[in-house]
Design a protein. Structure first.
Length: 339
């Protein structure tokens, strides 16, 4: 809990300071055809998020020692790639290379997925998992307050789970993620006065990926099907949105790296929902999936699996009804420029 308090206070102090730096150096996210804001907004909130996370984790006594160094190196790589992209742009291939390297570091540090068989497949699976969640949260950061709010709710679900759900480092990361994301919302909830940029969204996505991997690691000896699906259910909303975005772009015969305005939040905004209502609805859906994941842990395998399947099916049905698979309004903008 101390990590969360330290991270929260650090973010509250750092975000206004970063906004002033952005104003001084003209580091703004300008309005554009695929952006929903109408005036330039400071775009380097990810700097404050990283520093607040580090302050919380280190303040809780988890130094970059022998056990933790792969996590710290991976976190630094993810943030650095996002920061460079926020400042001057970075090719999608280089960003992907960095995310692969981060996944390899986590695998080397002993974090695994439970369904991975041999070592080679295990390393590939961890890399893909890291890439998927890092980019899922990058995709989610297209409307004010969504990315930080969803990350904070998922972190809360981990810290509120009774028992040894996470290792000591994972618990510190969860509390710090909760603190940093909650504090950032004071400036990012609609109407936002600062954006987190790629350096913030990919770090939050990486943090959620790490929590899932640490959850599996802490529960290796007692993994059941509900436990295996638990982290997936928590992040089901951003994961489903990302999966539909990839399918939509493939169906439109375009690059999966080229952005559009067909994410679920774009469609809700286009339907006339105000940004605050979109944010609150997204929080409610995420919290609902977290509650369903919790309830599934207390049921037998067949009941839990049916429970999970129906819940994800309902999300998918709603997304398809909105039109998430239609490729209308496709664009050539690389994903992540929104901030």
């Amino acid at each position: 809990m101390a990590a969360g308090a330290i991270s929260f206070i650090a973010a509250l102090v750092l975000v206004p300071a970063i906004a002033r730096v952005c104003a001084r150096w003209g580091l703004y996210d300008s309005p554009g055809p695929l952006k929903i804001h109408s005036r330039p907004i400071p775009r380097l909130g990810g700097v404050a998020i990283l520093l607040a996370l580090a302050a919380g984790i280190l303040g809780a006594g988890h130094s970059p020692g022998m056990h933790a160094w792969p996590f710290w190196f991976a976190l630094t790589l993810i943030w650095t790639a996002g920061f460079v992209d926020d400042i001057s742009g970075l090719s999608a291939i280089l960003r992907m290379d960095v995310q692969i390297s981060a996944g390899v570091l986590l695998w080397y540090g002993g974090w695994r997925l439970p369904f991975a068989g041999n070592e080679t497949f295990g390393a590939i699976a961890v890399c893909l998992f890291t890439i998927l969640l890092s980019n899922a949260f990058n995709f989610l950061d297209g409307s004010d307050g969504l990315c930080a709010g969803v990350a904070g709710i998922i972190a809360l679900a981990y810290v509120a789970l009774p028992g040894a759900a996470l290792g000591p480092l994972g618990l510190a990361v969860a509390w710090s993620l909760l603190g940093a994301a909650s504090a950032f919302l004071f400036s990012n909830f609609p109407p936002a006065t600062i954006f987190m940029g790629d350096s913030g969204s990919t770090v939050l996505g990486f943090g959620v990926a790490f929590l899932a991997l640490d959850f599996y690691r802490a529960n290796t000896t007692r993994l059941t099907t509900p436990l295996i699906f638990f982290p997936i259910l928590l992040a089901s909303l951003p994961l489903l949105d990302a999966a539909l975005a990839i399918l939509r772009r493939l169906r439109g015969r375009g690059s999966i790296l080229h952005g559009d305005r067909r994410h679920f939040y774009d469609l809700l905004l286009a339907a006339g929902w105000p940004p605050r209502k979109v944010a609150l609805a997204t929080y409610a859906l995420t919290a609902g999936m977290c509650l369903i994941a919790w309830l599934g842990l207390q049921r037998e395998f067949a009941h839990a699996f049916l429970f999970y399947l129906l819940s994800v099916g309902a999300l998918l049905f709603g997304a398809l009804r909105l039109g998430s698979l239609r490729s209308k309004d496709s664009s050539s903008r690389a994903e992540g420029a929104r901030g």
